[in-house]
Design a protein around this ligand. Structure first.
Ligand code: MG
Length: 281
């Protein structure tokens, strides 16, 4: 694969990704896919989906697990509803995430991404040990499928995430780095975090955002690429420094409005193409 192919976060029936016909129109060749609902993960649907991807010339590089009942409405709601941390849904979601990894394998993809949720920042919190166990369980399932598990960044500072990765202690556990999430959640400057996490970074998002006036308590704002506080030229330079050559996957969290997605993501593609040629020139 060429260095830094452009990608986009896509979905077929779940989440806020871009539709595949829009991906094709944008001329983008790689996607991170938001995992479809169970009814779309049957053998017939998988075969049809693979044929469509081949026709469109699109490669999935990572499948992101997502669950019914998750809400990103505000930070307290994320804590209560997202990922494997909420205790009341943990067992069912762990089972579903393994099924999503199986689907990912059937799609021929070797990276599974996940927002694991708010890992407690203190390792003395009893929930911390429980989340270590559930993450090991998922990693071991993915290892049997020759897959990595890539944790989405942002809900904890880089040092907390580094300690968590080390404590889970599994060779197939890595990071999907999202610079905007560091800003949106108020968890630290993204570029120093990227340098610290560098050895673990196996996939990334290109998303932009602005700082909240109450970091960690209220959201910053997610904005079109180039309009926020991530400096994308410095971001790409840092990705180069850590030796990351994989896809630059654009993520824009707007609802399924194809015209707006085409305009905004088209702008992001143009920005990244320009920066890529500046940095290689
Ligand atoms: Mg992201």
């Amino acid at each position: 694969m060429e260095k830094w192919p452009i990608g986009v976060f896509a979905s077929i029936d779940a989440g806020l990704g871009v539709r595949l016909d829009v991906v094709r129109e944008l001329g983008v060749t790689t996607v991170h896919l938001h995992s479809p609902h169970p009814a779309s993960r049957t053998p017939d649907k998988i075969a049809a989906f693979k044929a469509q991807l081949q026709e469109y010339g699109i490669t999935i590089t990572c499948v992101f697990g997502g669950f019914d009942g998750e809400s990103y409405a505000d930070i307290p709601t994320v804590k209560k509803t997202v990922g494997l941390v909420p205790p009341e849904t943990r067992a069912a979601r762990t089972k579903e995430l393994k099924e999503i990894a199986d689907f990912t394998r059937q799609m021929g993809v070797d990276q599974v991404g996940i927002h694991i949720g708010f890992v407690p920042h203190e390792s003395s919190d009893p929930t911390y040990a429980e989340i270590l166990d559930v993450t090991r369980d998922i990693c071991d399932h993915c290892a049997r499928l020759n897959q990595t598990l890539n944790l989405e960044t942002g809900q904890e500072p880089a040092d907390v995430l580094l300690r968590f990765l080390s404590d889970v202690d599994r060779p197939n556990l890595f990071v999907n780095f999202d610079p905007a999430n560091m800003i949106l959640y108020g968890c630290g400057e993204p570029l120093p975090a990227l340098k610290k996490l560098g050895a673990y970074v196996r996939s990334i998002h290109c998303k932009d955002g602005t700082w909240s006036d109450q970091p960690g308590e209220t959201w910053g704002a997610e904005v079109p690429l180039g309009e926020g506080d991530v400096n994308f030229k410095a971001y790409l330079t840092t990705l180069d420094e850590i030796g990351y050559t994989g896809p630059l996957t654009i993520e824009r969290e707007i609802a399924q409005e194809p015209e707006r997605q085409k305009a905004e993501i088209g702008g992001a593609v143009a920005l990244l193409d320009r920066l890529k040629s500046e940095l290689s020139g």
